[in-house]
Design a protein around this ligand. Structure first.
Ligand SMILES: Nc1ncnc2c1ncn2[C@@H]1O[C@H](COP(=O)(O)OP(=O)(O)OP(=O)(O)O)[C@@H](O)[C@H]1O
Length: 657
């Protein structure tokens, strides 16, 4: 039994914390969980003495009871005790009592907030198994294919002991493989794949003239086969979402879209944009085109049109109509004249970001219409984002709201508790740690300029490195990890840089970030979900030292990085660095304040440390703005769906482009 468990089964100190956090109604729940935990523990000696086939028989008996309509809640004690026993035998890990509590929170449709390294992967087996008993499938949604494969492979032996099958859905899988994976009792996959499969099924059903809302379920359960094609998914019964804040909040509005244009058509359009951008310099005002100043319109003259016709063109453009060619060239000329780099737009991480002319702020995510955005992308020689024509569309949020039972786990949820409640009607339950947390957060440091900050960071790394302590440094973007890497090289500090490009190899590198003397530079997202294990000599040195180089737009992301150290009771330290020219001031307070603070920072006499609360306020302001934006979008989306349903349309298929 874990060291923090008190006599009545609920860990000491936690009950009071929970009550202050959640208020009265949870008290009854807590008492219930406490007594269920005792019942689970009471099963243990009996189950430990049983043969493997007896465990399987018990599991089968639970299936019968669940299918016969017995409430799943009454099966929790035996079901959870069985899973614990199975894990002990299959992978030599015994669920801690706190993991049992986490598992109960998940069963009751909550978001279990568990510190990093507390074993969410193992905890997931509990509600996933129990919900699978009904026979309608249990899904576990992870953030990437790598984690889906890894977690499923790790937990499959546990489910096998209990006679449950495990499937994995991965991006390259064929329809047949997917169908088999969804037919398993438990299916691991990414939110994205679950969403695309839903859309593909929906399109298939429409082609068969059957795409009304719940026909999918009836169709598959009746095992009807139509022309060899069949939907791959069963119904949306239970889904456990790992890293729930990333998926259910940060990615909530991300639309998953299946396009109606074929690959060849898209390639032709992209080539057309690129070709038009390339030939623009050959067109001269007055000679080849007229510019109407009032309407800002370009019109090719007869000579201009003649030039378009006579120009050499890539093979793929053969067959494109002349009117189209003229239009693409006119648009490309207009972009060159009217849209200026660093004034109307900037190029950021390979994308065009519009600069709001009124505020001077970057309007992330906004796009110009009528092909202008794509023409500018072609002009800047970056990827051209051709609208694919929407055949089917669903947002991550809509997808998960379709599940009858939903649960989530993450290390950082409390600050998003209101949003979880409002959007998903899910409570956040902070689960106590198995061992006391020994992570120490050092006082935040603020510097005048980024340059001073980077030098201080390098010095911090050097000091730790001399002592052979491992250091993990998180940056907000790839270009910043490049800057830091250069400085570290100048000081002769060997290090690794990760930019979230190669999920699998990066996970391996991050897993070794806790080795003696290792220095790892990573964007906040690189290698997430990877366990950083420490050897005893490293623990004796003080554990992993995590350096956060700047405030992120969301404090949750900062905390995810901090949680890379001090796992499972390990020692560790965290140091947050900031400077007065950090991006967060611009996004939070706008360009004027940002510029003012940059100037303050450049004055040697200024004491930057006193602006710490200003930087923190800027972050809170950005968080609030993002939250408001998400609520507005949610409202509009709901209205749109309602209206379409009233008009007899399918909100996932009859989507406006
Ligand atoms: N009950 C247990 N007994 C023994 N080892 C355990 C137990 N639970 C978890 N572990 C081990 O703890 C480590 C961390 O587990 P896991 O990666 O699931 O944590 P996590 O909470 O998902 O962390 P993160 O938030 O970083 O993804 C793993 O090596 C796992 O095998």
């Amino acid at each position: 039994m874990s060291s923090t468990t008190s006599v009545n089964g609920i860990p000491q100190g936690w009950q009071a914390k929970m009550l202050s956090w959640l208020g009265g109604p949870i008290q009854r729940r807590l008492a219930q969980w406490g007594s269920q935990l005792q019942q689970i523990n009471a099963f243990e000696p009996m189950l430990a003495a049983e043969e493997p086939r007896d465990l399987r028989k018990r599991s089968l008996a639970l299936r019968y009871r669940a299918k016969a309509g017995e409430p799943l809640a009454s099966l929790v004690p035996e079901g959870y005790a069985l899973v614990r026993e199975a894990a002990k035998r299959a992978i030599q890990q015994r669920h801690y009592d706190v993991q049992m509590i986490g598992g109960m929170a998940l069963f009751y449709g909550c978001i279990a907030e568990m510190e990093t390294g507390e074993g969410k992967t193992l905890t997931a087996t509990l509600p996933t198994y129990l919900h699978a008993l009904i026979g309608k499938g249990s899904h576990v949604a992870t953030v990437n294919d790598y984690l889906a494969e890894r977690d499923a492979a790790m937990m499959r032996p546990v489910y096998e002991v209990l006679g449950m099958s495990t499937g994995i859905v991965l991006t390259p899988d064929t329809q047949d493989t997917r169908r088999k994976a969804y037919a398993c009792d438990i299916t691991y996959g990414t939110a994205k794949e679950f969403g695309f499969d839903f859309l593909r099924d929906r399109l298939l059903l429409r082609r068969m003239g059957m795409a009304q809302s719940n026909l999918l379920n009836q169709l598959t359960s009746a095992r009807m086969e139509m022309g060899g094609e069949m939907p791959v998914q069963r119904e949306h019964h239970f889904c456990l979402v790992d890293e729930a804040d990333s998926i259910l909040i940060d990615e909530a509005r991300t639309p998953l879209i299946i396009g109606s244009l074929g690959e060849k058509a898209i390639e032709r359009i992209v080539t057309l944009y690129r070709w038009a951008a390339e030939v623009v310099p050959q067109f001269l005002e007055e000679e080849h085109y007229e510019y109407e100043h009032d309407e800002k319109k370009i019109e090719l003259s007869t000579e201009g049109r003649q030039l378009v016709r006579s120009m050499p063109k890539p093979e793929i453009l053969r067959g494109v109509g002349l009117i189209d060619l003229y239009q693409y060239v006119e648009r490309a000329i207009k972009c060159k004249r009217d849209f200026l780099l660093d004034r109307h737009y900037v190029v950021k991480e390979g994308e065009i970001v519009i600069v709001d002319e009124n505020t001077g702020r970057l309007a992330e995510g906004r796009k110009w219409r009528d092909g202008i955005h794509q023409a500018i992308e072609a002009q800047e020689r970056i990827d051209v984002s051709v609208p694919t024509g929407q055949a089917a569309r669903i947002t991550i949020q809509d997808l998960f709201l379709r599940y009858k039972h939903l649960a989530g786990m993450t290390g950082t949820a409390s600050s998003a508790a209101r949003e979880f409640k409002k959007v998903y009607k899910m409570r956040v339950i902070p689960v106590p740690t198995n061992r006391p947390v020994q992570r120490k957060r050092l006082p935040d440091r603020v510097y005048g300029t980024a340059d001073q900050k980077w030098r201080a960071i390098v010095e911090d790394v050097r000091e730790a490195h001399i002592k052979r302590r491992p250091v993990l440094i998180g940056t907000r973007s790839i270009d910043k990890s490049v800057i830091l890497s250069k400085l570290l090289t100048e000081k002769g500090i060997p290090h690794q840089v990760l930019n979230a490009h190669e999920v699998a190899t990066e996970a391996e590198i991050v897993a070794r970030a806790g080795e003696e003397g290792k220095v790892t530079v990573a964007t906040n997202m690189a290698g997430r979900g990877t366990d950083i294990k420490l050897q005893q000599p490293v623990k004796d040195l003080g554990g992993l030292h995590v350096i956060c180089t700047e405030l992120h737009d969301s404090a949750r992301i900062d905390r995810q990085l901090m949680g890379r150290c001090g796992r499972q009771g390990d020692p560790g330290t965290v140091q947050q660095y900031m400077s007065l020219d950090d991006d967060v001031l611009r996004t939070g307070f706008g360009p004027q304040t940002a510029e003012k603070m940059t100037k303050v920072g450049e004055q040697d006499s200024a004491n930057p440390q006193k602006y710490l609360s200003l930087l923190q306020r800027a972050q809170r302001k950005v968080e609030r703005r993002h939250l408001r934006d998400r609520f507005v979008l949610l409202f509009h989306e709901k209205e749109r769906k309602k209206m379409q349903q009233e008009m007899g349309q399918d909100p996932y298929l009859d989507t406006p482009d």
